[in-house]
Design a protein around this ligand. Structure first.
Ligand code: HEC
Ligand code: HEC
Length: 291
């Protein structure tokens, strides 16, 4: 991903050098590159979006943050943390596809409709589904990755099993074993030993998520969304994919445990209280039936 970013960067710099030599305006080269990819389309269910139609809505609604060149350097970007996404890199947090791969068009479509909680990325209620599909095509047209790569195959999520206290407890063991606590803290309060040292792929400081703060996540709010987040990872951030370390059934247990940490009243929370679950103790000897 980074390599890809560097390639883009290098070609932009080369472009800039040529421009300085020949005294052209920057818009011409970008205009040329854009034209090449203006044929980009998106497909979401029965909808087909085109970059050409998305351009207008982008200039109206998105440019102030994501910038005319899609590089995340819109005029409001300086005031915002986390920063708007740089679309030229083709790296996205909210995917149903494995880490390192491109998202599905429907992933981007859902993000635009949902907005990103705990950030300045709004929900776009006024936009029709067709507008959103066109915008997805326009977002894609900024990155050469979408011209050459296919999205990954979405991860499979087995049906949600029945919630039991045993599963909440087993989920806590997974949280301990794969060391979510290193970043998220032993109680999920975003204060683990690594929390203060984390940076995103562009070198900007980033905090882990505090489970006690928020009922929703950046990439959704359902149990399936939560499952997907830690099994695909949030690309471009230190939040890794755990699909190699956590089996599907264990992943559901972990979902139940994470729910018990969140602020809203929930059956998971009630079960954890009844079990008298203490914060994980990373120094304790491993439980004997640890799976
Ligand atoms: C007020 C600023 C703002 C505006 C306006 C805005 N965004 Fe964003 N957008 C953001 C920020 C900030 C992020 C990154 C949030 C994060 O990383 O947590 C983001 C992220 C995104 C992402 C990346 C999601 C991912 O999975 O990584 C997409 C796609 C996106 N925006 C699309 C749009 C589109 C399309 C529009 C216009 C309809 C738009 N944004 C308008 C601030 C904005
Ligand atoms: C190396 C540090 C690190 C580890 C280990 C880690 N995370 Fe994260 N996690 C992060 C960071 C940083 C974020 C915030 C990303 C952001 O704001 O874009 C995050 C965000 C999240 C989110 C919220 C995403 C959203 O959409 O808002 C969830 C859920 C999550 N992590 C679950 C887990 C689970 C479960 C584990 C263990 C299986 C884990 N994390 C391990 C660093 C880590």
């Amino acid at each position: 991903m980074r390599i890809n970013g560097h390639v883009v960067w290098v070609s932009l710099m080369l472009g800039a050098a040529v421009l300085t030599l020949q005294g052209w305006s920057g818009a011409q080269v970008t205009g040329y590159q854009e034209q090449q990819q203006m044929g980009m389309t998106s497909h979401i269910g029965n909808l087909t979006g085109t970059a050409e139609k998305g351009a207008k809505a982008y200039r109206r609604f998105c440019v102030g943050c994501h910038g005319a060149f899609g590089d995340g350097e819109g005029e409001n970007a300086q005031w915002i943390d986390p920063k708007p996404r740089n679309f030229t890199l083709g790296v996205f947090k909210c995917r149903s596809t494995p880490t390192g791969t491109l998202p599905l068009d429907s992933d981007l479509f859902n993000t635009v409709g949902r907005g990103i909680v705990n950030s300045n990325m709004p929900r776009w209620f006024p936009l029709t589904d067709q507008d959103r599909a066109d915008l997805v095509a326009y977002v894609k047209h900024f990155s050469p990755r979408f011209a050459t790569e296919k999205p990954g195959a979405p991860i499979q999520i087995p049906p949600e099993p029945k919630l039991t206290p045993e599963r909440v407890k087993a989920g806590q063991e997974v949280f301990n074993r794969v060391q979510c606590w290193k970043c998220h803290g032993v109680e999920g309060r975003a204060n683990g030993p690594s929390a203060d040292t984390l940076t995103d792929d562009l070198g900007r400081p980033i905090r882990p998520f505090n489970f006690h703060d928020s009922t929703r996540f950046k990439c959704g709010e359902t149990d399936q969304d939560l499952y997907r987040i830690f099994m695909t990872g949030l690309d471009g951030t230190p939040m890794p994919s755990f699909s190699d370390n956590i089996k599907p059934d264990e992943a559901w247990n972990l979902v139940f445990y994470l729910r018990s940490l969140q602020p809203m009243a929930s059956p998971e929370r009630a079960m954890a209280e009844q079990l008298g679950l203490k914060p994980v103790n990373p120094n304790a000897p491993a439980p004997q039936n640890n799976k």
